[in-house]
Design a protein around this ligand. Structure first.
Ligand code: FAD
Length: 368
């Protein structure tokens, strides 16, 4: 039997960020991952930090996204100092394109209301991004929303956590969580891990543990597909998006194009239909994309909850069992703040306690 203060189920971006924050506080955690670290939704992500592009409303979820986005410069710097891994943070902003007068009016009115937004007319946009189609009327420049490389961020969190004493077990699925006196027994193929506290952070598969721990299963898979091209010369410098198509140029010359959205699908492979629809959309935004080489296509499952917001909090009856899941389209963006909030819950601190009500498990009770 192995003994740990905290057992983390799931080695995606969320489990790794939590392990890193706990490690910084000297708490010894084991991360139990059924396949390889970061191999599921985390490595499928484009890495956009879209606090504004993902949120039309100005509610507490928007504040959570924005607060997490603003943690990135310091988190990236710390991770680089501790691990030597460059998470490729880019803070060039994003362009949301307008093709119709009504889209342009809506985006201009946003620019009039908020400092984060600047309206650029067609001439200005094409000066900055000459490869965009001239069918556009203009674009909203969302100044502060950036991007990172999700796999590098996940590796940096895990390497950082390791440096602070965390242990990682890949190919180690957790089958069951059982209470044993004041601690918990996690049943795995390696035997029992005895942990004082448990964090359920296994993305869309966490539904199983909600049920096993006597709660309603709030999780729904939302399949997303992407593909990548090699840019022989930079096609775009900023992330570009319109409706459900985005083009994200990476620092290493790759460019990610995403993403489809198939609700309630457990299918994990990209399809011809999904990828061809993305290709068509992308060519309408940047026509010269059609000449570029395709590197790969992939897909994975976004962990969505019944109301679209994450669940971050302690089990109402099982003291010491925490959930951190349901980050849906924004798990990369929300990874820094989620790590800190869960670390605070474990230590009974309250740096970001104002968010706990909004993301609490108790809302499962009132959900229809
Ligand atoms: P996952 O990364 O899925 O990790 C969960 C882990 O748990 C997996 O590694 C799995 O193997 C493991 N596991 C499952 N069951 C068990 C078990 N029983 N025992 C042990 N381990 C288990 N977000 C953004 O912020 N920006 C983006 O641009 C963005 N783009 C996206 C594009 C696509 C196509 C997709 C699919 C998602 C995108 N997302 C984006 C969302 C983001 O990827 C997710 O919200 C995030 O990765 C969720 O992280 P996670 O750690 O909760 O889940």
């Amino acid at each position: 039997m192995m003994n740990y203060e905290v057992g983390i189920i799931g080695g995606g971006i969320i489990g790794n960020s939590i392990a890193y924050q706990l490690g910084k506080e000297g708490i010894r955690a084991a991360v139990l991952e059924s396949e390889q670290l970061g191999s599921k939704a985390t490595s499928a992500a484009a890495g956009m930090l879209g606090a504004h592009s993902e949120n039309k409303k100005r509610d507490i979820f928007y504040e959570f996204c924005r607060e997490s986005r603003d943690l990135f410069p310091n988190v990236s710097k710390d991770l680089y100092e501790i691990t030597g891994i460059h998470v490729q943070l880019v803070q060039e902003g994003m362009y949301q394109l307008a093709f119709t007068e009504s889209e342009a009016m809506e985006l201009k009115s946003l620019a009039d209301r908020e400092k984060e937004f600047v309206w650029h007319d067609q001439k200005e946009v094409l000066k900055q991004e000459p490869n965009l189609t001239d069918d556009i009327i203009g674009a909203l420049w969302i100044k502060g929303d950036g991007q990172v490389e999700p796999k590098a961020l996940c590796q940096a969190f895990s390497k950082g956590a390791r440096a602070f004493g965390a242990d990682f077990y890949e190919q180690t699925p957790v089958y069951e969580v059982n209470k044993t006196g004041t601690s918990y027994a996690l049943k795995t193929p390696l035997g029992i891990f005895n942990c004082e506290k448990v964090i359920v952070a296994n993305g869309v598969w966490s539904g199983k543990f909600f049920e096993q721990l006597g709660l309603r299963n709030p999780m729904k898979p939302v399949k997303g597909e992407c593909f990548a091209i090699r840019m022989d010369k930079p096609l775009v410098t900023k992330t570009i998006f319109h409706e459900h198509c985005y083009i994200v140029p990476k620092l290493n010359g790759r460019c990610i194009i995403g993403a489809t959205s198939v609700v309630d699908s457990w299918h994990q492979e990209p399809t011809v239909q999904g990828i061809s629809s993305l290709m068509n959309n992308a060519q309408q935004l940047v026509p010269s994309i059609s000449n570029q080489s395709i590197l790969e296509a992939w897909s994975s499952l976004r962990p969505q909850t019944f109301d679209g917001w994450p669940i971050i909090g302690e089990h109402p009856e099982w003291e010491g069992v925490f959930f951190a899941t349901g980050h849906y389209r924004n798990g990369i963006l929300l990874s820094p703040i989620t790590g800190i909030v869960v670390k605070d819950l474990v230590l009974k601190q309250n740096q970001f306690s104002r968010y706990l009500g909004a993301f609490s498990i108790n809302r499962l009770r009132t959900a229809v």
